[in-house]
Design a protein around this ligand. Sequence first.
Ligand SMILES: Cc1cc2nc3c(=O)[nH]c(=O)nc-3n(C[C@H](O)[C@H](O)[C@H](O)COP(=O)(O)O)c2cc1C
Length: 202
Amino acid sequence: MEKPADADYPILDVIKRRWSPRAFGDRPVEPHKMRCLLEAARWAASSYNEQPWRFMVVRKSEEAAFEKALSCLVEANQAWARDAAVLLLTATKTTFAKNDKPNHVHQHDLGLAMANLSLQATAMGLFVHQMAGIDRDKVRAAYQVPDGYEPQTAAAIGYPGDPGSLSEDWMRDAEQAPRTRHPMPQFVFGETWEQPAPVLDA
Ligand SMILES: Cc1cc2nc3c(=O)[nH]c(=O)nc-3n(C[C@H](O)[C@H](O)[C@H](O)COP(=O)(O)O)c2cc1C
């Protein structure tokens, strides 16, 4: 299913076509494609090139590992993410390796890596649905995440499936719903907070 962004200005095709489905098909993700997604994440920019992201990746065929990852999601996410071919859990290193000082942008840089990964996925016919709805204490315990690192998010990855296969009405509705965004003046300011930026004027 396609849900291209109704963009006001021309944007890259992969940005337009990326969206977050909950219906995933049975088709496994080819390991080399998974490696391409992770390679795209690897080449994200990061503050001081710290690369604070860490990923735990499991495929559905790795049954016990997949169940463990799934069990770290909140129930509402488990309901649909169990059909994804791949589950990814993310964590970040919260300090800089070179001096142990706090890295105030570790989550920001994970976001950049996930954006790269998601767009690479789109270019390869794959879809990524990221999740904040996880049990972080459970991730820490299940994966023995050491001190100095924080569990952050999860993502379901796979080829698209049939929206009709989703178990709940709200999921089927959300799958068909148009994608929306705030208009730019709501978040692009000029000289002061909430002052329209002149660059947005025609
Ligand atoms: C960091 C992050 C956390 C999210 N958490 C969840 C989640 O726990 N469950 C869920 O169903 N969707 C989650 N989403 C998906 C968003 O709801 C979705 O990206 C947003 O509605 C925009 O839709 P689009 O990605 O299709 O453009 C999350 C997305 C991001 C980036």
